[in-house]
Design a protein around this ligand. Structure first.
Ligand code: SF4
Length: 248
């Protein structure tokens, strides 16, 4: 009898990503893939209560924001939604918090905006407003693409997207993060940008999640009922796929 060839789970989830027709399908595939990565590499297990990778403002597409917005309206009560909005308003007033500087860049230099936000991940701490006081993500079931890829994927250029905690563990064990089999951004990103396209097929629009929240708040400090597209945005920075670094 012919031996059955074992399924290569990395290939399997790569195909699932490639065939995803919605963010929900993409996220499901990434979830399965991340489990395989973790099972193969217990060194990548997050410490309970660690939220180092959430000390950041994440870039989120209009399409992802629609999902997050709907989920927040359906699953968080008004008090919680107001708390999240209030955290962002407080951050804007905090001296040294880069959020107001980044939002003040408007649309003059979209690539510089993306670069500042991305580089800020290493150098400027600014807590994601979706992170609760208990260091848990308050929108976990609909957290954005980048939050799902971080710590589980490798950039197009080859570098593993891992935090200082993981990097420290590799050093301690005398291992190299180049040697582990991770999810591939070269597979994930094209699908991410494809699904982020506007309904008319034009390039998707992106800004930091804090800006999505701010432009979707009511005068009473809650979230509006229907999400506002970035198409008409004139105050906050809005970027497209072309403004992201190559190999994202
Ligand atoms: S959305 Fe959630 S997982 Fe992503 S950075 Fe914010 S708190 Fe962390």
């Amino acid at each position: 009898m012919e031996a059955t060839k074992p399924i290569n789970l990395h290939d399997f989830y790569s195909r699932m990503v490639a065939s995803a027709r919605s963010f929900t399908e993409l996220y499901d595939a990434m979830e399965g893939w991340a489990e395989v990565v973790l099972e193969e590499n217990p060194i990548l297990e997050c410490q309970n209560g660690c939220a180092r990778c959430c000390m950041h403002q994440v870039l989120v597409s209009d399409a992802e924001w629609d999902l997050i917005h709907a989920w927040m309206r359906d699953n968080l009560d008004k008090t919680k939604r107001r708390q999240i909005i209030g955290r962002i308003e407080t951050q804007l007033e905090e001296p040294g918090n880069p959020l107001s500087r980044w939002l003040g860049m408007r649309n003059k230099h979209p690539r510089a905006f993306v670069r500042s936000v991305n580089q800020g991940f290493r150098s400027e701490l600014t807590r994601c407003a979706m992170l609760g006081l208990d260091n848990r993500c308050e929108i976990y079931p609909v957290r954005p693409f980048v939050c799902r890829a971080y710590g589980r994927a490798r950039m197009g250029g080859g570098n593993a997207m891992i935090c200082e905690v993981f990097a420290g563990r590799f050093r301690q064990e005398g291992r190299n993060s180049d040697d582990i089999h991770l999810e591939e951004m070269t597979v994930l990103s094209p699908k991410y940008f494809e699904l982020g396209q506007s309904k008319d097929g034009s390039a998707g629009l992106y800004t930091v999640m804090a800006a999505h929240v701010l432009r979707n708040r009511t005068s009473s400090g809650d979230l509006v009922k229907q999400p506002q597209s970035l198409l008409a945005e004139t105050t906050f920075p809005v970027v497209t796929q072309d403004d992201f670094p190559i190999g994202n």
